[in-house]
Ligand binder design. Structure first.
Ligand code: NAI
Ligand code: MG
Length: 493
């Protein structure tokens, strides 16, 4: 099978790389397998890409190790920064193509996808700026010694990303790793391999030496598992389900104790208090759950509303949710496209059935949208109880529950009644309430009077079972550096 193919999208035609990207070349997999990626809008295959398995991961790790000890080591931090900045420029140059790829392969609206491209370029440029600002310390213990620390790269990093933000997760992962001088074996999600391969082409064009970034298209149980258990990978970074996050930690423990960072699921509470500006709150609540079709780890899926405003809130929120434009990702006005895959569609519809069966009230939605593609109506459940599955488990679709609470204290108690702790929000116009609630909720990010406003300068990650470590901001640099202490004894003469 060919290593590239011309792909037509409704807005443009482009050349799609199909091979595994190892040592700056697109190659076939060792066992010659390929797999198809599906357009979730019409359920039809887009192209087949070459599939990487454990043998290909081995080859990629060797390439990454050679680069780490060779050419990449010789490159100055400033030059690493320049390469990242140049890659950011190329993402922006090719924004229309990259957005079209994301819309085609993932199903997100093309205008949302452009936002992802801009945020990805911003992230790479931000870490480009960090590359020559990685400092250790000098530590004065006594007059007979000189002690200092070096922040050295961890080494070869395995990075496993999901399908909900294929390009953005790629950028979040490679930015801090490359800024600090590591090399990478990246496995993209099997549902959305296309944008990663396109970026691989840009990585080569930007001038990164061979082997610094290697990109494997492939499945979790084969290529993903091979990364997690590899004896010559020094660190694994993963974004995806909590279930797989646990497996990755186990594999790391059972192999070489590689360092692990995990960004996992959530069931994030979004609290609306009586003194909130209700119209603004509803906009943020709507965005909080329905943005990216609910396929966000930080989705505000549990909406907790004070009884004083509950009825009014529900009436306005229903109206607002019904205005969300659901449809073809390539229509410029589309807000919500299809779910990414048949499996995700079935999983979400299963939760909706479960909610109905358990006696929750469907305020709006609750069904398939249209007859082709993995479309689901924006769905709001009310009259739920705390032990219902739809209140407990991450649904990862356009489905939320609204719960009535009687006080700020109850809101906090219900908000924290979960194993997850990725994000939370509170809507109030009282600064004291805002700070009190923000301090009390157990979550890695708390939004006050907004939602889903991530930024590459702000750390992001989870309390409790939502993960280990922080991505983005300066905090992410710590995941990709080993601190070495050097103590020098000073001779008297
Ligand atoms: P997943 O966790 O299986 O997939 C995420 C990535 O992990 C993919 O690249 C996949 O190939 C890889 N993977 C799967 N099994 C692996 C293994 N044994 N070893 C190494 N890598 C492996 O998630 P999936 O099945 O796509 O979605 C299931 C649920 O996970 C969703 O409904 C959602 O609740 C959650 N999820 C959370 C995400 C987040 O942003 N935190 C992203 C995607 C899914
Ligand atoms: Mg696809």
């Amino acid at each position: 099978m060919a290593l590239s193919q011309t792909v037509e999208t409704p807005v443009l035609t482009y050349e799609q790389p199909l091979g595994l990207f190892i040592n700056n070349e697109f190659v076939k997999g060792v066992d010659g397998k390929t797999f198809e990626t599906i357009n979730p809008h019409n359920e039809k295959p887009i192209v087949a890409v070459h599939e990487g398995t454990a043998d290909d991961v081995n080859i990629a790790v060797k390439a990454a190790r050679t680069a780490l000890n060779g050419e990449w080591k010789q490159i100055t931090p400033s030059e690493r920064g320049r390469l990242l900045t140049r890659l950011a420029d190329f993402l922006e140059r090719d924004i229309d193509t990259l957005a079209a790829i994301e819309a085609l392969d993932n199903g997100k609206g093309v205008s949302m996808a452009k936002g992802d491209v801009t945020a990805s370029a911003g992230c790479l440029r931000y870490y480009g700026g960090w590359a020559d600002k990685i400092y250790g310390q000098t530590i004065d213990t006594d007059t007979n010694s000189l002690t200092y620390t070096r922040h050295e790269p961890v080494g070869v990093c395995g990075q496993i990303i999901p399908w909900n933000f294929p390009l953005l997760m790629f950028a979040w992962k490679i930015g801090p790793a490359l800024a600090t001088g590591n090399t990478i074996v990246m496995k993209t999600a099997e549902q959305t391999p296309l944008s990663g391969l396109y970026v691989a082409k840009l990585i080569k064009e930007a001038g990164f030496p061979p082997g610094v970034v290697n990109v494997i298209s492939g499945f979790g149980r084969t290529a993903g598992a091979a990364i997690a258990s590899h004896m010559d990978i020094d660190k694994v970074a993963f974004t995806g389900s909590t279930l797989v996050g646990r497996q990755i930690m186990k594999s790391a423990a059972d192999s070489n104790l590689k360092k692990v960072t995990l960004e996992l699921g959530g069931k994030s509470p979004n609290i609306v208090l009586p003194d909130a500006n209700l119209e603004e709150a509803i906009e943020w609540v709507n965005l909080g759950i329905f943005f990216n079709h609910g396929q966000c780890c930080c989705a505000g899926s549990r909406i907790l509303v004070h009884e004083a405003v509950y009825d009014k809130f529900l009436e306005l929120f229903k109206k607002r949710a019904e205005q969300n434009k659901v449809g073809d990702p390539f229509h410029s006005e589309t807000f919500q496209g299809p779910q990414v895959s048949q499996i995700q569609y079935d999983r979400i519809m299963g939760y909706i059935q479960d909610g109905k069966g358990a006696g929750a009230t469907v305020v709006t939605g609750g069904d398939r949208h249209g007859s082709e593609g993995y479309y689901i109506q924006p769905t709001i459940f009310a009259d739920v109880t705390e032990n219902m599955t739809i209140v407990k488990e991450e649904i990862f679709g356009p489905v939320c529950t609204v719960q009535k609470v009687q006080s700020e204290e109850e809101a906090i108690q219900v908000a924290n009644d979960t194993n997850y702790g990725l994000a939370a929000a509170v809507h109030t116009t009282n600064i004291n309430t805002a700070i009190r609630v923000s301090n009390a909720v157990k979550a890695g990010t708390v939004w006050v009077n907004n939602y889903n406003t991530l930024h590459y300068q702000m750390p992001f990650g989870g309390f409790k079972e939502s993960g280990i470590g922080r991505e983005l901001g300066s905090y992410a640099l710590e995941n990709y550096t080993e601190v070495k202490t050097v103590r020098i004894h000073l001779s008297k003469s």
